[in-house]
Design a protein around this ligand. Structure first.
Ligand code: UD1
Ligand code: CA
Length: 453
């Protein structure tokens, strides 16, 4: 097996992003552009070198991968200069694979083909044909063979008509790379060391340049501004949605579905429009997610209905549960089987056991709710005294009447009943009715005050 050395160029500023964040740290889905390229590079390379420059420390600290060799390019004197910073550390017998950090969606299979061509011919180049090739380096061919690359700014009128462009991906035997890099200079319109000039050197050296042409414009699309970033995001999301659908997930409209993370699902799951999945999410058999829901780092059981406009984060939902509409399930919440959480209910760091219902307008925080509990509309667990959080324990079979406040720490006993409108400050015993309520009074013949003239 040939040793493959990946060289990722990431030193540029990305002027057209108009951002303080280095271009390669902008994201497509949940990963930075650089992470996308690194992930692909790892699949085909034995070692990866990243050339960094603009805001280098920020770029470096964004990557946890300790196996990356970071190489600084102090001044951005061109792509050829950037590669020259790395080659002293690369063994002659290897193949170098050059990639740009701002082209995130390159396919592993394409990189493989490019490497195979370089193995065969010594050097190979990935190109594509574009309807509007403006800004790109043009591929100059003679009798079908690649002869050189002319940068847009250096091209003649005739050359500007050429639609075949340089994507930036080049694979080359490292020994040849070193040799051809010594030949490049800055005699061009931009006064830069162009990496692309190594193609003409290889041809002068009597070589044929291996050629791979891709038809997938997204795998070689670069990010230069926020418009291109959004286009790539959409393409990434669409492809991901198609893949999920091929695996059996029903997605009502793949153009209105986003997953920024990892989604796993059982059989016959349905995702309606405008759903956002983040982090690691699992959805069990026969469950459905209604429009406008956000689910992050959570596991949803079987036969669950997540109703519209519900937000679930870092939570576990059991089987046959119904959540929402407009529910907010916050971190460290566990909702059991056959439960119901209705509209405008917020639950935080709590467990709700099997068969319990919290149907309307409640806040349940730091609470353990037992089995078959019924929590009425507008019940609030007052878990915070202004300094500390306290726990509420609502035991099996109890019933908490509407509009009650449970001042934690407090225990509502088994099968206890809390009368509506109560403010519960001490434990409520099992099997009994507890209520705090002033007696109702009526003032007969009472008149409302008249308005002053
Ligand atoms: C480059 C190619 C062009 C190709 C296009 C594809 C050259 C001379 N031109 O042009 O043929 O069609 O990409 O997108 O190579 N970088 C450094 N250090 C530098 C300069 C650049 O690390 O000194 C990095 C940038 O961060 C970027 C990549 O190299 O990731 C490409 O540089 P850029 O200036 O965008 O090149 P283009 O003009 O787009
Ligand atoms: Ca570019």
């Amino acid at each position: 097996m040939t040793d493959i050395q990946g060289i990722i160029l990431a030193a540029g500023k990305g002027t057209r992003m108009y951002s303080n964040i280095p271009k390669v740290l902008h994201t497509v889905s949940d990963k930075t552009l650089l992470e996308h390229v690194l992930n692909k590079a790892h699949k085909v390379c034995n070692k990866i070198h990243v050339v960094y420059g603009f805001k280098g420390e920020q770029v470096k600290s964004s990557i946890e991968d300790r196996s990356v060799n970071w190489v600084e390019q102090r001044e951005q004197l061109g792509t050829g200069h950037a590669v020259s910073q790395v080659v002293p550390q690369i063994d002659n017998e290897s193949i170098s694979l050059i990639m740009y950090a701002d082209i995130p969606l390159i396919k592993e299979s394409t990189l493989d083909k490019l490497i195979k061509e370089a193995d065969k011919f010594g050097i190979s180049l990935l190109s594509t044909k574009l309807e509007s090739p403006d800004g790109y380096g043009r591929i100059i061919r003679k009798d079908g063979e690649i002869k050189s690359i002319i940068e847009h700014k250096d091209a003649t009128k005739e050359q500007l008509i050429i639609k075949e462009i340089n994507t930036g991906f080049i694979a080359i035997k490292s020994k040849l790379l070193k040799k051809y890099l010594t030949k490049i200079d800055t005699s061009n319109k931009q006064n830069e060391f162009y990496l692309t000039d190594i193609i003409a050197s290889a041809v002068d050296d009597g070589r044929i340049v291996g050629s791979i042409i891709t038809k997938d414009k997204f795998e070689v699309a670069g990010v230069n501004d926020k418009v291109q970033l959004a286009e790539l995001e959409r393409d990434f999301q669409k492809n991901q949605a198609l893949e999920f659908m091929r695996q059996g997930l029903t997605i009502k409209d793949p153009s209105r579905f986003d997953c920024r993370g990892k989604l796993k699902f059982g059989q016959d799951c349905t995702i309606d429009i405008n759903v956002l999945i983040e982090g690691e999410v699992y959805i069990g058999d026969n469950s459905s997610i209604s429009p406008n829901c956000i689910i992050k780092n959570s596991s949803i059981g079987k036969n669950v209905s997540v109703l519209p406009n519900t937000v679930i984060e870092n939570a576990v939902v059991g089987d046959n549960a119904s959540i929402g509409p407009f529910a907010r399930i916050r971190p460290q919440t566990k909702i059991g089987n056959n439960t119901k959480v209705g509209n405008f209910v917020e639950i935080k760091k709590s467990s709700i056991e099997e068969g319990s219902k919290i149907s309307h307008l409640s806040y349940i925080g730091d609470t353990s709710v037992g089995r078959n509990v019924n929590i009425g509309a507008g019940v609030i667990t007052c878990n915070y005294d202004g300094s500390n959080k306290h726990k509420t324990d609502i035991r099996d079979g109890s019933f908490v009447g509407s509009n009650s406040q449970l001042i934690a720490p407090v225990v509502i006993g088994e099968n206890a009943t809390i009368g509506a409108g109560s403010t519960i400050t001490s434990d409520a015993p099992n099997d009994a009715l507890t209520l705090t309520r002033t007696k109702q009074s009526t003032f007969k013949k009472w008149r409302r005050p008249k308005k002053n003239k």
